[in-house]
Design a binder for this molecule. Structure first.
Ligand code: EPS
Length: 389
């Protein structure tokens, strides 16, 4: 089983993570982890914080001479902004004047500020904000980069792209793997259609002027998975459910669909299900359409896995919505310090990482092995079994 946990506050000293369950003897590319961190920071519409941070991972354990040891891998990414928060975020007790404490007491609608404050019985909502911040996803991406390296070793690649932003275009874009793979890394919104991307940028500029924010839809595309990952036998082994949970856990995601999941509920079966064919040359069962998004009954079917994440607009608005001061109980505008206008491309990169971690776990479940070599033998044996099926 591949699993990970993260710790760290947005303006604390660092984000850390422990990733367990990678096989021993897997080559680790440190530069690729930093590349993924950079991809997550990229995107038109991000705010001032991204000018401060230049995320870089340090591996503290579990890797020796460029190879995994099979032991837990500890990772750390420093928060450069911490220098500006050493007093407010100090670990030791501090006596800070109220005007310097940066206490938050006007919760943002749509954010966990208020229910979190009620639940953890804290009257400084910063205690909630700091951990709820999407800054935490940096640590997920660092772990996800390692999961991607495992998947690549078995011929699986993962990409994401933005298919709708702030309702532009009217219907989400539908694109092939090659179109998605051709999107340059410096594309401002990781969108394959340049004309639509420009309209999205104009819309972001407009919302910036209005002090508002925008959501959107991204799609994660995974190709190269064998049929048979996940299982139909129990609710918690179904891979579609595990992927949905992983993507839904990304801040601001309110809906997740696999393939044409949203449209499927309103069309007849004859227009949705992907007919089965057999390719005599490759000796593979194939589908000419992929509305199932590569998963049937919670099991991969060998087609591309396609996951859509629907992101709501960020809840920190420069022109704040109405709220209530938790001390005075009077109507007050919600708190605002600094924020992004949109972060849909970044959320797509985080979703790639979450998908890589779930799919990596499914690969570890199916092929096991303490070393990469043992895992590979098991993988090849299964591939042989499929050829004979
Ligand atoms: C975030 C608010 C902003 C974002 C942050 C997520 O940070 P700050 O409050 O420091 O301006 O920039 O995202 C990141 C720091 C990041 O690395 O993605 C929030 O409230 O969720």
């Amino acid at each position: 089983m591949l699993s990970f946990t993260t710790a760290g506050e947005s303006h604390g000293r660092a984000l850390v993570a422990i990733l367990e369950g990678l096989p021993a003897g897997m080559p680790v590319d440190l530069g690729q982890i930093d590349e993924e961190l950079k991809r997550r920071q990229w995107g038109y519409g991000r705010g001032g914080r991204m000018k401060i941070e230049k995320d870089h991972v340090e591996i503290l354990s579990g890797v020796r001479h460029g190879l995994t040891l099979g032991s837990p891998i500890a990772l750390m990414i420093e928060n450069k902004d911490w220098q500006n928060w050493t007093e407010v975020m100090a670990v030791e007790p501090r006596d800070i004047a109220p005007e310097k404490s940066r206490r938050l007491k006007r919760p943002r609608p749509g954010h966990v500020d208020l229910p979190g404050g009620q639940k953890y019985d804290t009257r400084d909502l910063r205690n909630i904000l700091e951990r709820a911040s999407a800054r935490e996803t940096t640590a997920r991406v660092a772990c996800g980069a390692l999961a991607k390296q495992l998947l690549v070793a078995f011929g699986t690649e993962i990409r994401s792209h933005v298919i709708q932003l702030g309702g532009i275009p009217d219907l989400p874009l539908e694109l092939t793997w090659d179109q998605v793979a051709a999107i340059p890394e410096d594309a401002p919104l990781r969108c394959a259609d340049l004309e639509i991307q420009q309209r999205m940028i104009d819309s972001i500029d407009q919302r910036r002027e209005d002090g508002d924010t925008l959501g959107g839809v991204f799609e994660v595309v995974v190709r190269g998975l064998l049929p048979g990952l996940g299982s139909h036998t129990a609710w918690d082994l179904k891979l579609d459910g595990r992927l949905a949970q992983a993507v839904m856990s990304i801040p601001a995601i309110k809906a997740v669909a696999i393939g044409a999941g949203i449209e499927a509920s309103s069309l007849p079966g004859s227009e949705i299900h992907d007919e089965i064919a057999y390719n005599n040359e490759t000796k593979e069962f194939i589908r000419e359409t992929n509305r199932a998004g590569g998963l049937e009954g919670g099991v991969t079917n060998g087609e591309e896995v396609r996951i859509r994440g629907h992101m709501k607009p960020l809840s920190t608005l420069r022109r704040p919505l109405r709220s209530v001061d938790i001390d005075t109980k009077q109507d007050e505008p919600a708190g605002f310090e600094r924020s992004d206008i949109t972060a849909v491309p970044a959320a797509g990169v985080v979703a790639e990482s979450m998908a890589a971690l779930v799919l990596g776990a499914a690969m570890r479940d199916k092929f096991g092995g303490d070393s990469l070599g043992e895992m590979r033998r098991n993988f090849e044996g299964y591939r042989e079994q499929l050829r004979g099926y």
